[in-house]
Write a protein that binds this ligand. Structure first.
Ligand code: AHR
Length: 663
């Protein structure tokens, strides 16, 4: 009898388990309705946010390898070390020009004689210099001899052990300041190379603006950008590029704010300032972090042009960072700030006969940059912002009525200040309002339908800075794990589905040096030679390179998919390529079968293209050594008439492109 009972219990258990199994494997029945086009998806939908944080510009995207090239850091020899043999009588003196040149005040005056032995100056680069074997490097120096001097400069690229991997010699300097250039070919790769200048001869030579660039920069532009990093940006096919930040726009105080006019014109004359991230976080202080502005507003516009992205400059609105000094300029002194905004539009778009249009042309771009957007303020809040924003808006729209102004909702994603911002700004005329959210992954999952309920009549949303923040792990790149990336993917389905409300979105921050970061997670990590896209990067890439032109419904029993059944989805048509594009995010660890019906659709082929980004391990992340732990895989998928059976892998983002006969 006892035995019989146990058998019955077991049978019930087996039946229960198998019925649960059957339930779990019931396919989700989804309907896609290309004949019901919704909102157009703007070309600006997916863009990038660039800020000089984590050594993103100097030491990163900006390809200059010499740190403190003009001796303008407050400690003028920072980044430079003397090389000398014992008993050397040689020396270097830092000299201040006085008022002769206010942007580039200092230079180094090097005195040597035959008794000096070996004497030189070595530049350490930004955590070393990344140098590749078999490449060419453009060296330049501004120099002059003192009368009677005969000094030779041996220029050497060396690796970490001091082995010479490329060299050249410069001599016969005149007694007037002049730029001297040389091309150096390299024999070896160095992860932590250095640049040595060895001085030989008799007398004193003055040197300034010591520069070393790879000959190959992105699009081979002079004063250009690091190729691998810029290419990673280009691969995203961004619809816009927001620059130069971020908090860097605001400055810790108003004197430390970003002023675009000091970043254009002759590169040697751009006035260096401290990078605010130098001192922002005590535990991540970076005493050698400055902004040379070699990558300045002209270069940003050029980059936007090269990427085919709309430039979106963000300007200071007369307010310093409210987390720092929080100082504001008085209302009666706001005009120069407004003039900066008006002049920037002239710099970007004005005819070459205008003052600022002429500067753009003189710098190499007579054609306008066709600026359409301008941001006023970064993360500002409370009345002092609205008061200042209002004056900017009036002046900008009076002169340039077609410019779209981006205003900001501040650093909070909801709450009192956020609501106040929307209320105040809705009474004005910004085209877009910038919202920021740095939140845990769960927030992103819970907010996938955030914009389903937004007011359709007000200004559009610019999701200008966002990233899912997970727990810290040791590796620099460790916070960019799959858990964060899949949560962002789920959230982004909600952005795309609401493209009538959300017109622009950008992950932040963009770039980080593994040895010099202040903030993480970040979209792309790099060292001196290598770079890697994070899982979050691949999510961005899958969305931006599969954008589509118009939202169409993808429904389960007439409802959008925003997390029920662990699936999030968005669908679009691409009128240019005649395709239906589906993006499906499965946050369940289990594989989920789906039956898709493409309503009223004639497909071109009985097969679709599919890209899958997945990981069974939520803590998985990419590193420079293992860069494709989480990376998209390409597959094909069978279609039967207008029906597709697909199994969404556990914890995955799936993008499906279906070519159709007519849309
Ligand atoms: O992206 C990093 C910082 O986060 C930005 O500078 C700022 O706008 C935000 O607080």
């Amino acid at each position: 009898m006892k035995m019989k009972q146990t058998t019955i219990k077991l049978l019930v258990l087996v039946l229960l388990c198998s019925s649960q199994k059957i339930t779990a494997q019931q396919p989700l029945q989804l309907t896609v309705q290309p004949s019901k086009p919704g909102a157009p998806i703007p070309s600006t939908m997916w863009g990038i946010f660039f800020e000089d944080i984590n050594f993103a510009a100097d030491g990163g995207l900006y390809a200059e390898l010499v740190k403190n090239r003009s001796f303008e850091f407050p400690m003028p020899m920072m980044g430079w070390n003397e090389i000398e043999t014992k008993g050397s009588t040689a020396s270097t003196l830092i000299i201040n020009h006085g008022k002769e040149n206010t942007a580039n005040l200092r230079y180094a005056s090097v005195s040597v004689n035959t008794a000096s032995g070996v004497y030189g100056l070595s530049n350490e680069g930004f955590r070393g210099m990344g140098i590749y074997a078999g490449k060419q490097y453009n060296f330049s120096i501004v120099a002059k001899d003192h009368p009677g001097a005969a000094v030779k400069v041996k220029v050497q690229l060396v690796n970490a052990s001091g082995k010479i991997i490329g060299e050249t010699t410069l001599e016969s300097f005149t007694t007037d300041w002049k730029k001297y250039t040389a091309v150096i070919s390299t024999t070896d790769t160095a992860q932590k190379g250095k640049l040595n200048l060895l001085f030989e001869g008799n007398g004193t030579v003055d040197i300034d603006v010591v520069s070393l660039f790879p000959a190959n920069t992105f699009k081979n532009r002079p004063n250009g950008l690091r190729e691998d990093l810029a290419q990673k940006l280009a691969d995203l096919k961004p619809g816009f590029i927001r620059f130069p930040g971020g908090c860097i726009v605001e400055g810790r105080d108003l004197t430390n704010r970003y002023q675009w006019k000091t970043t254009v014109g002759n590169v040697d004359d751009r006035k260096l300032i401290m990078n605010r991230w130098n001192v922002e976080f005590k535990q991540k202080s970076a005493p050698d972090y400055f902004q040379s502005f070699g990558l300045g507003f002209y270069e940003y516009f050029q980059l936007a042009d090269d990427l085919g992205a709309e430039p979106l400059p963000i300007l200071n609105c007369g307010m310093a960072c409210q987390y720092n000094s929080a100082e504001v300029v008085s209302m009666d002194a706001l005009q120069p700030y407004i003039q900066d905004a008006l002049d920037l539009i002239e710099f970007a778009n004005g005819p070459v006969t205008t003052v600022w249009g002429k500067l753009r042309s003189d710098m190499g771009h007579p054609a306008p940059f066709n600026l359409k957007f301008i941001g006023v303020g970064n993360e500002q809040w409370e009345a002092q912002y609205f008061e200042r924003y209002k004056v900017f808006e009036k002046a900008i729209l009076a002169k340039y009525p077609n410019i779209k102004i981006v205003s900001g909702a501040g650093p909070y994603s909801n709450g009192e200040y956020f609501d106040m911002a929307w209320k105040e700004l809705k009474q004005l005329s910004p085209s877009l309002i910038d919202e920021h959210y740095y939140k845990p992954p769960k927030w992103f999952l819970d907010n996938a339908s955030r914009y389903d309920k937004y007011d359709r009549t007000g200004p559009k949303v610019f999701a200008g800075e966002y990233a899912a923040h997970t727990k810290d792990v040791n590796a620099s790149e460790g916070r960019n794990n799959w858990e964060s990336a899949i949560a962002e993917a789920a959230f982004m389905t909600g952005l795309e589905r609401n493209a009538d409300v959300v017109n622009m979105a950008s992950y932040a921050p963009l770039l980080a040096h593994v040895e010099a970061w202040q903030w993480r997670p970040d979209l792309i990590w790099f060292d001196n030679l290598r770079s890697t896209g994070t899982p979050n990067y691949y999510v961005q890439k899958l969305f931006s390179t599969n954008r589509g032109t118009t939202v169409i419904p993808i429904l389960k029993n007439g409802e959008v998919l925003a997390g029920k059944d662990s699936v999030y989805a968005t669908a679009a048509i691409d009128k240019n390529t005649n395709e239906i594009i589906l993006k499906l995010v499965n946050i369940s660890a289990a594989a989920t079968p789906v039956k898709l019906e493409l309503e009223k659709t004639a497909v071109q082929k009985q097969a679709a293209k599919m890209q899958v980004l997945k990981s069974a391990d939520k803590t998985a992340f990419n590193t420079l050594d293992n860069p494709v732990v989480v990376a998209p895989e390409e597959k094909t998928l069978a279609i039967t008439n207008n029906k597709i059976d697909v199994t969404l892998d556990g914890s995955s983002l799936t993008v499906i492109r279906i070519a159709v006969k007519k849309l």
